[in-house]
Design a protein around this ligand. Sequence first.
Ligand code: PEP
Ligand code: MN
Length: 338
Amino acid sequence: MIVVLRKDATEEQVNHLVEKIQKLGLTPHISKGTERTIIGVIGPEDILQITPLEIFPGVEKVMPVLSPYKLVSREMRDKDTVIDVGKGVLIGGSRIAVMAGPCAVEGLDMLMEIGREVKKAGARILRGGAFKPRTSPYSFQGIGEEGLKYLAQAARELDMVTVSEVMDTRDVALVAKYVDILQIGARNMQNFNLLKEVGNTKKPVLLKRGLSSTVKELLMSAEYILAGGNFNVMLCERGIRTFEDATRNTLDISAIPVIKQLSHLPVIVDPSHAAGKWGLVPALSKAAVAAGTDGLIIEVHTRPEEAVSDGPQSLKPATFGSLMNELQPLARAIGREI
Ligand code: PEP
Ligand code: MN
């Protein structure tokens, strides 16, 4: 449930209430707005029938949250969440964040070369997988910690922020040591132990929608991370399975406004994994910006034909550069920057 405090509630009244909620065995999540403070109360709420929170000084009203997701819901925060991912890069504000780079980190030289190109085109976040979730156990699985070290070095030398996937609960601390944003891949969206583990950190998390998951299931997965105390979560639409086989997946453009209505968390769109073909990526990126995405994550490779994974959907730097230029007027048209 959500406790809305009066505009004139004092710090002391808020603290008193928070203490009381904790004593009742419930968990308070405080959200301080410009106007007033809201406290999300999570846990077995039956106890509140005996001690109703309405009677506490400073409380204006107590509202039940009807949706199964609570902390991620709009009711919890009416303002959009803006995540500071470091080096002055904000996600969820007026500037649309662009993450770009290879599907997999293959080596330092290629990462630096691609990093320089995407930065020149305007991307501020470098992507690259060191642990790769592959359909076949015989496919390239990623270079592990070595790849994370290259990402950290590229980030330092290029003054960029990095995002990389973590697949295993045992690797969360390791990946968090080297990169700025932890990616939870589509296949792990409902790996609840992994969600709890990243929820215990304060690291920003890019949570990708499962291949056959509903928006509601995506929000429930995000709820796991917020319930652990980590509110720095962005939700990624990366295409879902449908009967259509002209594309690798079907980009669910509707998910953008739907998530924006239901949640305060930023939305990121991955047109590369949705399309599966590089030629479709520019059009899908533009559609995503027009529909209100807060960011894009795009695969770029200098030699896609030699890429160890996802070459067919990777843009060459020149195409990525043109796309970035074409996105500028679109972003401006909807009152944003890129
Ligand atoms: C990726 O980002 O390279 C990736 C494997 O994405 P997804 O989990 O969306 O398939
Ligand atoms: Mn990929």
